[in-house]
Design a protein around this ligand. Structure first.
Ligand code: IPD
Ligand code: CA
Ligand code: CA
Length: 265
């Protein structure tokens, strides 16, 4: 498999998709809700997912595709090469703010992360990594992550207090929120993951996300020495919804032990 070629191609498609999104800023959006009134999708989310699927099918017909808006394949395994696409991560921000959203695209081979791309369209910043070759913002290398303490950290979290299996009591988070230097919530899991990758925040916790939300970010964060697990400290399952806990090295272990009770909650 020519991974350099796939990497170059994926970057080009993401940039093209970003241009399409920028052009849509002057258009009137068609907005629908999905599972609940706040779970939104627009015609642009759908167009962008279909754009990627057309491109991938044209060049790599044997690859499989998991897309948030449902135009890809129904996957029952991660065998082979799988593209995991979130055409717009942060759709609510896209609709309300026209910023704070990103395109997220991860490519996996037999469940192992190979290429991750997260494109902050408004800032024209493409965060990308290929496994073992470092991570970058546009052409600039991102330095490896350094350890930090809870007291000196900014923690990003989601106020979606619905856990993967409804067993978490959100009070579990209170001591961490109290002890950290500050908390943030940006509304795009993909951006929050690259904020950990770039050290803008030190950790990110979320109760329930889907594989397309964290597929690309996992590759980028791990490439820089960060740790990515669920809130119990376990490996993520890329076929189902998961909780998510992303943090700098050292900080991940500390939060896991001192605040998340080593997953025994
Ligand atoms: C959402 C964003 C948000 C997170 C939600 C996701 P979407 O993705 O990542 O930050 O809290 O759980 O569903 O729907 O905008 O692609
Ligand atoms: Ca998403
Ligand atoms: Ca989305």
């Amino acid at each position: 498999m020519n991974w350099d070629h796939i990497y170059a191609q994926a970057k080009q498609w993401v940039q093209e998709a970003g241009n399409k999104i920028r052009l849509s800023f002057d258009e009137i959006l068609t907005i629908q809700s999905k599972t609940n009134p706040n779970d939104l999708v627009t015609n642009i989310d759908k167009d962008i997912e279909q754009f990627f699927i057309r491109k991938i099918r044209e060049v790599y017909p044997e690859h499989k595709i998991m897309g948030e808006e449902g135009f890809g394949d129904k996957l029952v395994s991660l065998d082979g090469i799988v593209w995991m696409i979130d055409p717009i991560d942060g759709t609510m921000n896209f609709i309300h703010q026209q910023r704070n959203f990103a395109i997220s695209l991860g490519v996996y081979e037999n469940g192992v992360g190979k290429i991750g791309l997260i494109y902050d369209v408004v800032h024209d910043e493409l965060y990308h990594a290929s496994c073992g070759n470092g991570a970058f913002i546009n052409e600039k290398p991102i330095p490896a992550l350094k350890e930090t303490t809870v007291k000196e950290s900014i923690i990003a979290l989601n106020a979606t207090w619905v856990m993967e299996n409804h067993r978490i009591d959100h009070k579990l988070m209170i001591p961490l929120v109290k002890d950290a230097r500050g908390t943030r919530s940006y509304g795009s899991a993909a951006l929050e993951m690259v904020f950990v990758a770039t050290g803008r925040v030190d950790a990110y916790l979320s109760m329930r996300l889907s594989p397309w939300d964290f597929a690309a970010g996992t590759i980028i964060v791990e490439e820089l020495g960060g740790l990515v697990t669920n809130l119990r400290g376990e490996k993520l399952n890329f076929l189902t919804q998961n909780s998510l806990f992303v943090a700098k090295p050292g900080l991940h272990q500390t939060i896991m032990k001192d605040y998340l009770k080593d997953g025994k909650w």
